[in-house]
Design a binder for this molecule. Structure first.
Ligand SMILES: *Cc1c(COP(=O)(O)O)cnc(C)c1O
Length: 464
């Protein structure tokens, strides 16, 4: 048989009439299909000219196009199994929503709502009333919600300090992953950064010396994803508040993670609780909705009524606003906190469950998963599976250097390298994201939902 040449390539029309593509034409537009045909034919021409294709490149051409057409319509955003043990994994979308929050999103998504309609007055209302009541009850202060905490910081600096100076300690000029840098946000806000102190030590006197008639704000930033240890000093929030009061300058604290309850009982120290900062006198605080709060992506600003009013009046607030689905998820999440007890929270919030799970509970799940594995497929035994002690982290730019004890499933494959196993898991139908350490693939069930375990087991069985 002579090798296929450019002249053997069928016409677009002919390809479209072949069964797999003709079947697709029933519910996919012709324009879209023609584009995919042209795309694949162009690749084919390149392959034929280069002589790189093995076998007959024309065989199965219509299946190749049909597959391309189907793949092109698949969503890019998909669920994955997080087996990394990083609870708030920024690359994996941070906090998974509570079931109730997801249900509320579903409820409002495909219908009309009172988003900006006052049902009592029968007139136009404001979207920022949603979540405000719950936040007021939880934090004891008025609050507004924007797109994320980066937006919250930008809005606060622009509303309260544009054209003026903001004093910040050099030890708090942070960068959060994804290029949120305090000096850059400050520049965009139109406020002038006034750095004081040194990287490791900043005293109240440093702030005091920098005060002048252009000072609009004292900014305190939680060093979320790092700690300065050793010979260090930082004034307490109370001391900074007292200075702000004396100078008539508000204190704004960017808390970052948005912890609403004390995590010390779970072995996590050092996370500031939003309500405590307000009680200590901070005039304004901001934090993320999807870090330790466990809700949707959002930025929450709470504090003095007059300051919140100024934020609301800023045209930027309109540009940074959130949609009805965010409000729906946030309200359900906040309601779980208001209901109160740690046990209720654990039932409602996936991240609370994940934080509280013990290494022994995780070991039990791991043992059951591994046992199910070997009984289902004897050949799976060629995969070496061990349970080893390890550590999970909270992540999401919080609690650096603190670990939760866990039990890991360590995989060693007889023929595939750890990197190859990791890649196979990652490209499974339901992708499994794992860690690789010392040429072993490590799976941490702390961040795997129990209902995902069967899919994880199937992905492991497919390895052998
Ligand atoms: C995470 C974080 C931010 C950014 O919050 P996003 O919700 O990701 O926009 C800002 N400041 C601090 C201190 C943070 O920890």
């Amino acid at each position: 048989m002579k090798p296929a040449s450019l002249r053997d390539i069928p016409s677009v029309e002919e390809l479209l009439s072949r069964p797999p593509l003709a079947a697709l034409a029933a519910d996919i537009s012709r324009g879209y299909l023609v584009e995919r045909v042209r795309e694949v034919l162009e690749e084919l021409r390149v392959e034929l000219r280069a002589g790189t294709s093995a076998g007959n490149p024309l065989a199965g051409l219509e299946e190749r196009i049909a597959e391309r057409a189907r793949r092109g319509l698949q969503p890019s955003l998909r669920p994955v199994i997080n087996a990394t043990g990083v609870i708030l994994h920024t690359n994996l979308g941070r906090a998974p929503l509570a079931a109730e929050a997801a249900e509320r999103v579903r409820e409002v998504a495909a219908c009309y709502t009172n988003l900006e309609y006052d049902l009592e007055a029968g007139a136009r209302g404001k979207r920022d009333v949603h979540a405000a009541r719950l936040l007021q009850q939880l934090l004891g202060a008025p609050a507004v919600v924007v797109n994320n905490n980066a937006a919250a910081v930008l809005l606060a600096l622009n509303s309260l300090a544009e054209g003026g100076e903001v004093i910040v300690s050099r030890g708090e000029l942070i960068e959060i992953g994804g290029s949120f840098r305090i000096p850059d946000v400050m520049a965009k806000s139109g406020a002038v950064l006034r750095e004081v102190g040194t990287t490791n030590r900043t005293r109240l006197a440093d702030y005091e010396a920098a005060l002048n008639d252009r000072t609009r704000l004292l900014l305190r930033v939680h060093p979320s994803n790092y700690r300065i240890v050793g010979f260090t000093e930082r004034p307490s929030l109370e001391a900074l508040v007292a200075l702000g009061r004396r100078a008539g300058v508000p204190v704004f604290e960017d808390l970052g993670s948005g912890c609403l309850f004390d995590l010390r009982p779970f072995g996590i120290a050092d996370e500031p609780v939003a309500g405590d900062s307000l009680k200590a006198g901070a005039d304004l605080v901001s934090f993320s909705g999807d870090k330790l709060l466990g809700g949707p992506q959002a930025g929450i600003l709470a504090g003095r009524k007059d300051l919140i009013e100024r934020l609301r009046r800023n045209p930027l607030f309109r540009a940074l606003r959130v949609d009805k689905m965010t409000y729906a998820a946030l309200e359900a999440t906040l309601a779980a906190y208001l209901r109160g007890t740690p046990d209720a929270l654990e039932v409602a919030l996936p991240i609370a469950r994940m934080i509280r799970a013990t290494a022994e509970e995780i070991a039990e799940r791991a043992r059951a998963l591994v046992a199910g594995l070997s009984s289902l497929t004897p050949q799976a035994l060629s995969l070496k599976v061990e349970l080893v002690p390890g550590e999970s982290v909270i992540g999401g730019g919080s609690t650096p250097g603190q670990f939760l004890k866990t039990t890991l499933i360590a995989l060693t494959h007889p023929t595939l390298s750890a990197a190859e196993v990791e890649a196979r898991l990652r490209t499974a139908t339901l992708p499994v994201i794992a860690r690789v350490e010392q040429d072993r693939v490590l799976l941490d069930l702390r961040t795997v939902f129990p209902e995902q375990e069967p899919a994880l087991r199937r992905a492991l069985e497919a390895l052998s």
